[in-house]
Ligand binder design. Structure first.
Ligand code: PLP
Length: 406
């Protein structure tokens, strides 16, 4: 089936037999069992990473939730994965992924920078008992060691929208599993598993949920990986709530439409921003020179719905206090778009990576990543491109003049 059809139907196969049209939300935390024998069998199966048995049932919702499992089936279908495992947030998903992969004497992680600031912070902190070697994508082969359990990359990269060549990294990593944070690309635009990644993860808080009202994360991969991830989830308890899973599952149905529409608008806005005298670098893979490996059209079906650009200070510089003030003024002057972190909502959001999302990574990671004081990141929503351009343009102009009076 075409992914557009899968997005609407996956995880809903049994609804007609159940006599319902919308997926039921099962809020049970505990489940009655028919016999102790059957319950023991189901518990044992789930503790080994499998699903509940037919006879024994789910037992307890930290072990299994039928509503969460429906969303997982839908997401796995879109990723072309055997399975997916959902978590309470993107960071919970990443934590489970690192714990599942980087264990048993393979506690070294190779990370490709730049990467989402909190991911950078988590891996740099060693909080999960791992060590990290940061590199760029060309350095992966050289950074992999005998004790490396995971290569962690993100593409498109937050916030510069660089594209990392997943197939090249997978080749460079050899036997070491590669995990891709594909939050910005969504399964609509790329399938990292088909390119050689072992695992793909999303902050489902973003485009997958799509309406700014669910915090969630998900990891997709083989059934063997899913088993390990379920074990981590059972033992650490970062489960997704069924109500949230219902909303995510509903979000999947419109994901392809939303992503393609935002992508087209982001491309149109990028072209207009390039001509604005108050704007420095424009970061979008559609911009000349921003996709040096030619990954749009091969790895990714389009340049994506995220955009970043530098607001120049009155001195024409993209960095320094003048640029910071211009970016602050820009954000405060926005009328249609909302100055807020996060992304992937129906409405347009703009934020300041150096001050907010990348602030938690090290200063070195920020400067190497080209994250200047004037850089703003825009998550393009579903508004009309012309209305958004009017808003961005007036806010850039207002920002250069110091922004609205506080
Ligand atoms: N990965 C990326 C690329 C993100 O942008 C985010 C959040 O902004 C995360 C992971 C973390 O996800 P969450 O906030 O759902 O924990």
């Amino acid at each position: 089936m075409h992914p557009d059809s899968l997005a609407v139907h996956a995880g809903r196969d049994d609804l007609r037999a159940l006599g319902v049209h919308a997926p039921p939300i099962d809020l049970s935390t505990t489940y009655p069992f028919e016999s102790l024998d059957a319950a023991v069998g189901s518990l044992d199966a789930m503790m080994e990473g499998g699903g509940p048995t037919e006879a024994g049932g789910a037992i307890y919702s930290r072990l299994h939730s039928p509503t969460v499992a429906r969303f997982e089936a839908g997401l796995a279908a879109l990723e072309g994965a055997e399975a997916s495992v959902a978590f309470a947030s993107g960071m919970a998903a990443l934590t489970a992924l690192v714990l599942a992969a980087a264990s048993e004497g393979r506690r070294h992680v190779v990370g490709v920078r730049p990467i989402y600031g909190t991911t950078d912070r988590l891996l740099s902190s060693g909080l999960l008992g791992t060590t990290v070697t940061w590199t760029d994508q060309a350095g992966v082969a050289g950074a992999v060691r005998d004790d490396t359990g995971l290569v962690m990359i993100e593409t498109p990269v937050n916030p510069t929208l660089d594209l990392v060549d997943v197939a090249a990294v997978a080749r460079a990593a050899g036997d070491v599993p590669v995990a891709v944070d594909a939050t910005f690309g969504t399964p609509v635009l790329q399938q990292p598993l088909a390119l050689g990644a072992a695992l793909v993860m999303h902050s489902a808080t973003k485009f997958i949920g799509g309406h700014g009202d669910v915090l969630a994360g998900v990891v997709a991969g083989s059934e063997a990986w899913a088993g390990r991830l379920r074990q981590v989830r059972i033992l650490t308890g970062a489960n997704l709530h069924p109500q949230a899973a219902y909303l995510l599952h509903r979000g999947l149905a419109t994901l392809p439409l939303r992503v393609r529409r935002s992508q087209a608008t982001a491309t149109a806005l990028a072209a207009r921003l390039l001509d604005h005298p108050g704007v420095g670098a424009v970061y979008h893979p559609s911009v000349a020179g921003r996709d040096p490996r030619g990954l749009v059209g091969t790895q990714m079906r389009g340049p994506g719905p995220m955009l970043a650009f530098e607001v120049l200070g009155p001195d024409g510089a993209p960095d320094g206090p003048g640029a910071f003030a211009a970016a602050d003024g820009f954000l405060r002057a926005l009328r249609l778009a909302t100055p807020a972190v996060s992304l992937g909502s129906t409405d347009t959001l703009a934020q300041h990576p150096a001050g907010l999302t990348q602030r938690v990574s090290t200063g070195e990671a920020r400067s190497k990543g080209g994250i200047t004081a004037g850089l703003v990141r825009v998550s393009v929503g579903l508004e009309h491109a012309d209305d958004l351009w009017v808003d961005l343009r007036q806010a850039i102009d207002a920002g250069r003049d110091g922004g609205p009076v506080r």
